[in-house]
Design a protein around this ligand. Structure first.
Ligand code: PMP
Length: 406
């Protein structure tokens, strides 16, 4: 069956909003946050109207419904990730919290001189939590450099790995450049020196099928709002063997087995890492989003977005004074660029005048911007509902901007 983008668009009510100046809205800020389909809006609404109570503790009917809805969300995410068990999925506020969890709790077991390997592509949320844990434990951070096209220097990666390497934490897909990293290969090499591999999957989950077992990952973090689900919900998947060895990071209700004033014992994962009342409606929403993406077909989404990226890339390349940052052979639908003589903020503002939403700034990747020698870029990022006609409107607007303002 061919990819019916118009039928998909009809499932996203917000896409009917108008952009600035009454222009039809072209939403190209999907790497920052995607919009939600009816499947997600309706699932959350249904939960709120018919099933809300606190989870896990009561015998009454609403609590049972809420618990079932919450746990169904977990099961759908497990299927989405091809995780061996839903018990390996820990709900968090998002990728940021998931990475903080693993850095604090697993990273807290590091010893002075142990090494954590990151890459020059990382989002701040995959840098700063490791800096915090390094300051606490005396661990040392090493950084895999990139080539000029935005791909990782894997020879340098090999040279960084050694007996001191305990953790490698890498983004699946760069939010700033779109580079898709060879995570499976990196996991195999990390494991060969006895290290674990953590994946920041925020930008991987919306663009391609994810199979944590095939990736050989040990932990995988994701955010609901980047994969057509709600904000404020995300998950940390971890291999059960590691989750069982990992101490809690927050204390409170639901994460314990027994509590005495002399000391407490911990519940098994995932409850051990979910202290307090969780965001139940969020779990319902992210589960519905996972189901939605599986139903649309993630290979079909990837292929569609690759067509959009190719069209947009070719179009931008033909404009004088426009430079694309990130030209790695393997990219997801993220297009970062700068225009000679124009600040990225101005480019974003001019595009907005034409109804086109892009993001400008450092994309929470200041070390990467420094490596590329820019302060900021403009970034168009595509989602499953964008069309070739929208890419063409973006390119027409860009041609006008270059003609009038450069
Ligand atoms: N990692 C990457 C690669 C991201 O793109 C983002 C969001 N921009 C994050 C982590 C953080 O995600 P969140 O803000 O949803 O926690």
């Amino acid at each position: 069956m061919s990819y019916d983008v118009e039928a998909l668009r009809a499932q996203f009510p917000i896409l009917a909003e108008t952009g600035r100046n009454g222009q039809p809205l072209v939403y190209l800020d999907n790497a920052a946050s995607t919009q939600r389909p009816l499947a997600v809006l309706d699932a959350v609404d249904h939960y709120e109207r018919h099933a809300h109570a606190n989870v896990h503790r009561a015998v009454h009917v609403l609590s049972q419904r809420a618990t079932e809805a919450y746990e169904a969300g977990r099961a759908q995410l497990a299927a989405f990730l091809n995780a061996p068990s839903p018990d390996e999925v820990v709900f968090t506020r998002g990728t940021t919290e998931a990475l903080n969890l693993v850095a604090y709790a697993w990273g807290g077991m590091l010893a002075p001189g142990d090494e954590v390997v990151l890459t020059a592509l990382e989002h701040h949320s995959n840098i700063v939590p490791w800096q915090l844990v390094a300051a606490r434990t005396g661990a040392v951070i090493r950084v895999v450099p990139i080539h000029d096209d935005g791909s990782l220097d894997l020879d340098a990666y090999d040279r960084l790995l050694g007996p001191r390497t305990k953790i490698v934490s890498v983004g699946h897909t760069s939010n700033a450049l779109g580079t898709v990293n060879p995570v499976a290969e990196m996991a195999a090499r990390a494991h060969a020196v006895g290290a674990i591999l953590v994946v920041d999957g925020a930008q991987g989950a919306p663009h391609a099928p994810i199979d944590v077992q095939a990736l050989g990952a040990d932990f995988f973090a994701l955010s609901g709002h980047k994969m057509y689900g709600p904000t404020g919900i995300g998950a940390l998947w971890g291999r059960m063997e590691l989750l069982e060895r990992m101490p809690p990071w927050q204390g409170g209700g639901d994460m314990i087995e027994t509590v005495r004033f002399e000391g407490s014992t911990w519940a098994a994962p995932p409850a051990r890492f979910e202290a307090g009342t969780p965001y139940i409606a969020g779990a319902v929403g992210i589960g519905a989003a996972a189901r939605f993406l599986m139903d649309v077909g993630r290979d079909a989404v990837s292929a569609h977005e690759a067509r959009l990226l190719a069209r947009a890339t070719a179009g931008l390349q033909s404009l004088d004074g426009v430079r694309i940052l990130g030209t790695a052979p393997h990219k997801a639908a993220v297009l970062s660029f700068v225009v000679d003589g124009l600040h990225p903020t101005d480019v974003g503002t001019f595009l907005d005048e034409d109804g086109i939403a892009v993001r400008t700034g450092h994309h929470c990747a200041q070390p990467l911007m420094e490596r590329l020698g820019v302060e900021a870029t403009a970034r168009a990022s595509f989602g499953l509902y964008n069309t070739e006609a929208e890419v063409d409107r973006f390119l027409t607007s860009m041609a006008k901007i270059v003609r009038l303002f450069r």
